[in-house]
Write a protein that binds this ligand. Structure first.
Ligand code: URA
Length: 251
């Protein structure tokens, strides 16, 4: 059976009150009590079934889970706060009534589908490569790519953090100077598409994430968000064994 033990910092951020950094700050400032005793250590273990947690002397109330999908534009960071004050995806959300975290990251210059949620378990499953949730991207390469080069992306190539998994790659069109193609990955390493294209001695001029699992960008406008339908959320979480089978079809 799953143990109800969690760190105090995690309990606060999971309750939708704020980021984990903020939670640590509040705990260190003495605003949180466990069983009537102020606890200053954010890594203090609490038993969710038994311990009574107070924040600013009020019982912690668990928030409903919220799932959003945003069409992230280029030029927005996927972080909460930026020391340089550049725009972040939070500037596009407005008040959604709870603190949501991005499910993985898109680079500053990448646009497209970004999920945000306060359900950390859901987020971890979508990001966990063991679940093989497919992410599909449209790519404009900095030059024309040969069939052999697209095959290298397809079969997996060596990056500094190890070989990439087989991917689905489809040439969409070649203009005079550039190849436009679609790539579907079942892992989400940092800057993975850009690094794969760089391994071919080319670069990415445009990158858009158009689908996550069965979820498509559809009619969502750039910079806008909407709530996920319950059915869409369920469809994003395949069984682990089914996910493996799906990924073997990628090879
Ligand atoms: N791959 C990248 O290189 N960048 C992203 O933002 C997403 C996938």
């Amino acid at each position: 059976m799953k143990k109800p033990l969690k760190t105090l910092e995690r309990v606060l951020s999971k309750a939708g009150l704020g980021s984990r950094t903020e939670a640590r700050r509040w705990i260190s400032a003495g605003r949180v009590a466990v069983n009537r005793k102020v606890i200053l250590n954010p890594d203090h273990w609490v038993d969710m079934d038994r311990d009574k947690i107070l924040f600013d002397a009020k019982p912690l109330v668990r928030k409903e889970h919220v799932y959003l999908v945003l069409y992230k534009p280029k030029g927005y960071l996927t972080t909460y706060k930026d020391p340089e004050n550049r725009p972040t995806v939070y500037n596009l959300l407005g008040d959604v009534g709870t603190f949501v975290v991005p499910v993985g990251r898109l680079d500053l210059d990448t646009s497209g589908l970004l999920l945000l949620t306060n359900d950390t378990q859901f987020a971890e499953r979508i990001m966990n490569p063991d679940f093989h949730v497919a992410k599909r991207y449209l790519v404009k390469a900095s030059r024309l790519l040969t069939d052999e080069e697209l095959d290298r992306l397809r079969h997996g190539l060596e990056l500094e953090d190890g070989p990439t998994r087989p991917a689905l790659v489809e040439r969409l069109r070649d203009s005079e100077k550039y190849t436009h193609f679609e790539i579907t990955l079942t892992e989400g390493r940092n800057r993975q598409v850009r690094r794969m294209v760089e391994a071919l001695d080319a670069s990415v001029l445009k990158l858009v994430r158009v689908a996550i699992g069965p979820l498509r960008i559809g009619a969502l406008e750039v910079g806008k968000w909407r709530y996920l339908e319950p059915g869409e959320r369920a469809a994003l979480l395949p069984q682990r064994s089914l996910a493996r089978k799906a990924s073997t079809r990628l090879v």
